[in-house]
Design a protein around this ligand. Sequence first.
Ligand code: PHE
Length: 458
Amino acid sequence: MGRENFGSKLGAVLAAAGSAVGLGNVWRFPIETGQNGGAAFIIIYVLCIIILGLPIMISEFLIGRYTHANTAGAFRIVSNGSPWKWVGRMGVFTGWFILCYYVVVGAWTLHYTYLSVTNAFYGVPAQQYENIFGDFVSSSWMPTLWLFLFIGVIHFVITRGVQSGIEKSAKLMMPTLFVITIFLAVCSIMLPGASKGVEFLLKPDWSKVDSTTILEAMGQAFYSLSLAMGCLCTYASYFEKNTPLAKSAVNVALIDTLIAIMAGFIIFPSIFNIGMDPNEAGVGASLTFVSLPNVFQQALGDGSVLAVVFSAMFYFLLFVAALTSAISLHEVATAYVTEEFNMSRKKGATLVTATILVLGTLCSLSFGPLSGVTLFDRNIFEIFDDFSGRILLPLGGMLISIFAGWVLDRRLYHNEISNQGNLKTPYFRMLVFSLRYIAPLAIGLVFLDQLGAFSFLK
Ligand code: PHE
């Protein structure tokens, strides 16, 4: 059977952007920016994207498109049988591993959309939100039910194939996501006192920038672009031969960064409007599921139509962002089993879905009935999160940049990014320089930082 491709360049970019735009854009980037010097952090972040993120993204695109194979197959082909083929296998494993816990949070966004729509936050006292979240995640049935629904949607999209599943859904969901983001940001900016929030997000404060800020910016850039987990390589294997690689990568990075900054415009004006200290709003799950539902109610009028609509749209936005990312992760594994073990797409996808259902449920229950199952004091969910984020991702990124910079044939590289000499590539030398020297070193530092080597600096 012939291999499918994306039907258009726009579809290809939107699908890749769907992978990049995820929970990290909303629950991590804005708060990191606010706390680390506002515009100063954004400038550093953008530099990290340009110097580090784009070269690796372009390399992943290149390897995928050149081989037209799943990530493991792709690295096997370009590594000519050397041990570098393991980098591809590791990418597939990383993507699959991340998916196991990512779906759990995806399920939470569904529950919070539901709570918002049914006006369940009406009249809830501020201190009660923590219990609402705690009771929900520690129960067994509710999170599992939403989890199955979330995985069901992913499965539905994946089994429909590359064009009518992934591409079509990206073309529908990415514009939706964009419109919702703009709408919410505009609403939030119009709140009284919003300017303080905008100032918190944007006012450059270089005194807050130190070496750990830079490490944080690098780590965030890396995670946010979905690097080193096989997603971009797999999606690029569906690119047409004439898809411009560098330009597509720049577009994906632009969309990703823009959404991340706009997420800050949604969050901070409301936080400042109710007079909350943004440093106490938390980050990640506690920001998203404990602080924000309360903030939205208070800022927009407890139980008011505006609060219901705003809150529902916000969690729906998170749901869409998480869904498109999760789809890209599922595709990494599906393409792998389908092609490496000669299965039909349907069978391959079902196999992957089955494993995610089991492991996802374990991760989900680790906040409730299975909370006693721990390793180094971390529950199952946290083990998945730590192992992938702290070890697999940086290690994979470092290996990919070394491979692309030192091992991959330079002429092949140039041939591919110039689309067989049809495109100008004035950035080529810079790109190779970054892949050879800057990226491995920088990611190596992030890696050491993740392992706690620089904790004395903090
Ligand atoms: N890039 C996504 C984000 O910013 C994270 C992600 C991780 C996406 C893994 C896909 C796979 O949230």
